[in-house]
Design a protein around this ligand. Structure first.
Ligand SMILES: [Zn+2]
Length: 179
Protein backbone atom coordinates (compact mmCIF):
# COMPACT_ATOMS: atom_id res chain seq x y z
CA UNK A 1 0.00 0.00 0.00
CA UNK A 2 1.54 3.38 -0.92
CA UNK A 3 2.55 5.54 2.04
CA UNK A 4 -0.23 7.80 3.22
CA UNK A 5 -3.04 6.07 1.30
CA UNK A 6 -4.79 4.73 4.41
CA UNK A 7 -4.48 8.09 6.14
CA UNK A 8 -5.96 9.81 3.09
CA UNK A 9 -8.95 7.43 3.11
CA UNK A 10 -9.41 8.00 6.84
CA UNK A 11 -9.27 11.81 6.52
CA UNK A 12 -11.63 11.81 3.54
CA UNK A 13 -14.17 9.56 5.28
CA UNK A 14 -14.12 11.60 8.46
CA UNK A 15 -14.59 14.79 6.46
CA UNK A 16 -17.51 13.24 4.56
CA UNK A 17 -18.95 12.18 7.88
CA UNK A 18 -18.85 15.74 9.19
CA UNK A 19 -19.97 17.37 5.93
CA UNK A 20 -22.53 15.07 4.33
CA UNK A 21 -22.42 15.31 0.57
CA UNK A 22 -18.77 16.38 0.36
CA UNK A 23 -17.29 14.95 -2.82
CA UNK A 24 -14.24 15.06 -5.08
CA UNK A 25 -14.63 15.62 -8.83
CA UNK A 26 -11.86 16.05 -11.38
CA UNK A 27 -12.04 19.42 -13.12
CA UNK A 28 -11.63 17.59 -16.43
CA UNK A 29 -14.86 15.68 -15.71
CA UNK A 30 -16.89 18.85 -15.15
CA UNK A 31 -18.14 20.80 -18.20
CA UNK A 32 -18.53 23.94 -16.04
CA UNK A 33 -14.94 23.71 -14.81
CA UNK A 34 -13.69 23.04 -18.36
CA UNK A 35 -15.53 26.16 -19.48
CA UNK A 36 -13.98 28.18 -16.61
CA UNK A 37 -10.48 26.86 -17.42
CA UNK A 38 -10.74 28.21 -20.95
CA UNK A 39 -12.55 31.39 -19.85
CA UNK A 40 -9.75 32.27 -17.37
CA UNK A 41 -7.12 31.40 -20.00
CA UNK A 42 -8.69 33.86 -22.43
CA UNK A 43 -9.16 36.76 -20.00
CA UNK A 44 -5.63 36.38 -18.58
CA UNK A 45 -3.95 35.93 -21.98
CA UNK A 46 -2.95 32.36 -21.17
CA UNK A 47 -1.56 33.08 -17.70
CA UNK A 48 -4.26 31.41 -15.61
CA UNK A 49 -3.37 28.06 -14.06
CA UNK A 50 -6.92 27.28 -12.99
CA UNK A 51 -6.58 23.75 -14.40
CA UNK A 52 -3.71 23.11 -11.96
CA UNK A 53 -5.18 23.94 -8.58
CA UNK A 54 -8.08 22.57 -6.59
CA UNK A 55 -11.20 24.68 -6.14
CA UNK A 56 -13.81 24.29 -3.45
CA UNK A 57 -17.35 25.12 -4.47
CA UNK A 58 -19.90 24.38 -1.78
CA UNK A 59 -19.28 20.81 -0.70
CA UNK A 60 -17.52 19.81 -3.92
CA UNK A 61 -13.78 19.93 -4.29
CA UNK A 62 -12.83 20.19 -7.96
CA UNK A 63 -9.44 18.60 -8.44
CA UNK A 64 -6.58 20.00 -10.48
CA UNK A 65 -4.92 18.00 -13.24
CA UNK A 66 -1.98 16.78 -11.11
CA UNK A 67 -4.20 14.95 -8.62
CA UNK A 68 -3.96 11.56 -10.34
CA UNK A 69 -0.58 11.92 -11.95
CA UNK A 70 1.88 13.76 -9.71
CA UNK A 71 0.50 14.10 -6.21
CA UNK A 72 1.61 11.92 -3.32
CA UNK A 73 -0.99 10.58 -0.90
CA UNK A 74 0.43 12.72 1.90
CA UNK A 75 -0.05 15.80 -0.27
CA UNK A 76 -3.65 14.75 -0.79
CA UNK A 77 -4.06 14.47 3.00
CA UNK A 78 -2.83 18.07 3.26
CA UNK A 79 -5.38 19.17 0.67
CA UNK A 80 -8.23 17.45 2.54
CA UNK A 81 -7.23 19.09 5.84
CA UNK A 82 -6.81 22.49 4.14
CA UNK A 83 -10.31 22.27 2.67
CA UNK A 84 -11.70 21.05 5.99
CA UNK A 85 -10.48 24.31 7.49
CA UNK A 86 -12.36 26.25 4.77
CA UNK A 87 -15.50 24.18 5.43
CA UNK A 88 -15.25 25.04 9.13
CA UNK A 89 -14.91 28.72 8.17
CA UNK A 90 -18.00 28.41 5.95
CA UNK A 91 -19.95 26.81 8.80
CA UNK A 92 -18.88 29.56 11.19
CA UNK A 93 -20.73 32.10 9.02
CA UNK A 94 -23.66 29.83 8.17
CA UNK A 95 -26.23 30.38 10.96
CA UNK A 96 -26.80 26.63 10.53
CA UNK A 97 -27.52 26.82 6.77
CA UNK A 98 -24.52 25.61 4.77
CA UNK A 99 -25.26 27.42 1.50
CA UNK A 100 -25.90 30.72 3.29
CA UNK A 101 -22.52 30.25 4.97
CA UNK A 102 -20.93 29.55 1.60
CA UNK A 103 -22.42 32.74 0.15
CA UNK A 104 -21.28 34.91 3.08
CA UNK A 105 -17.85 33.22 3.09
CA UNK A 106 -17.41 33.80 -0.66
CA UNK A 107 -18.39 37.47 -0.42
CA UNK A 108 -16.07 38.02 2.52
CA UNK A 109 -13.28 36.09 0.78
CA UNK A 110 -13.56 38.20 -2.36
CA UNK A 111 -14.30 41.64 -0.98
CA UNK A 112 -13.05 42.09 2.59
CA UNK A 113 -11.33 44.04 3.97
CA UNK A 114 -12.86 47.05 2.27
CA UNK A 115 -11.69 49.13 0.54
CA UNK A 116 -8.53 47.05 -0.12
CA UNK A 117 -9.69 45.47 -3.36
CA UNK A 118 -6.25 44.61 -4.58
CA UNK A 119 -4.59 42.93 -1.68
CA UNK A 120 -5.25 40.84 1.41
CA UNK A 121 -8.51 39.55 -0.05
CA UNK A 122 -9.28 36.19 1.49
CA UNK A 123 -6.10 36.40 3.50
CA UNK A 124 -7.82 35.86 6.86
CA UNK A 125 -9.23 32.59 5.59
CA UNK A 126 -6.12 31.38 3.78
CA UNK A 127 -3.91 32.28 6.72
CA UNK A 128 -5.79 29.87 8.95
CA UNK A 129 -5.84 27.14 6.26
CA UNK A 130 -2.09 27.44 5.63
CA UNK A 131 -1.41 27.31 9.37
CA UNK A 132 -3.23 23.97 9.24
CA UNK A 133 -0.97 22.88 6.32
CA UNK A 134 2.15 23.74 8.32
CA UNK A 135 0.87 21.84 11.35
CA UNK A 136 0.09 18.80 9.22
CA UNK A 137 3.45 18.95 7.45
CA UNK A 138 5.13 18.81 10.85
CA UNK A 139 2.85 15.93 11.90
CA UNK A 140 3.37 13.93 8.70
CA UNK A 141 7.05 14.66 8.49
CA UNK A 142 6.90 16.29 5.09
CA UNK A 143 8.36 19.59 4.06
CA UNK A 144 6.15 22.65 3.78
CA UNK A 145 7.14 24.37 0.55
CA UNK A 146 7.27 27.94 1.80
CA UNK A 147 8.86 29.38 -1.33
CA UNK A 148 6.25 27.94 -3.69
CA UNK A 149 3.45 29.07 -1.36
CA UNK A 150 4.78 32.65 -1.25
CA UNK A 151 4.89 32.67 -5.06
CA UNK A 152 1.32 31.38 -5.15
CA UNK A 153 0.08 34.20 -2.91
CA UNK A 154 1.80 36.78 -5.09
CA UNK A 155 0.53 35.31 -8.33
CA UNK A 156 -2.66 35.13 -10.31
CA UNK A 157 -3.44 31.78 -8.60
CA UNK A 158 -4.92 33.73 -5.69
CA UNK A 159 -5.73 36.77 -7.82
CA UNK A 160 -2.70 38.57 -6.39
CA UNK A 161 -3.83 38.27 -2.78
CA UNK A 162 -0.55 39.85 -1.72
CA UNK A 163 1.31 42.64 -3.40
CA UNK A 164 4.26 42.96 -1.06
CA UNK A 165 6.70 40.06 -1.23
CA UNK A 166 8.46 41.16 1.97
CA UNK A 167 5.32 41.07 4.11
CA UNK A 168 4.15 37.65 2.88
CA UNK A 169 7.65 36.20 3.33
CA UNK A 170 7.79 37.61 6.84
CA UNK A 171 4.40 36.13 7.69
CA UNK A 172 5.40 32.63 6.54
CA UNK A 173 8.70 32.93 8.30
CA UNK A 174 7.10 33.91 11.64
CA UNK A 175 4.52 31.12 11.27
CA UNK A 176 7.05 28.40 10.50
CA UNK A 177 9.11 29.39 13.54
CA UNK A 178 6.01 29.00 15.72
CA UNK A 179 4.98 25.63 14.21
ZN1 LIG B 1 -7.27 27.71 0.79
Amino acid sequence: MPFGFDLFVFELFSLQNKYKGFKLIKKSDSPTMMFLIWFFKIITFGKSRFEKYHSLFGKTLFLGEDWDTKMLWVDKVLVIRHEEKHLEQIMSCSFGIFWLGFLIFSLMYLFLPLPAFFTFRGFWFEKEAYQEDMKNCARLNCEFNEKATVEKFLSLDYFYMFTWRKSVEKWFNDESIQT
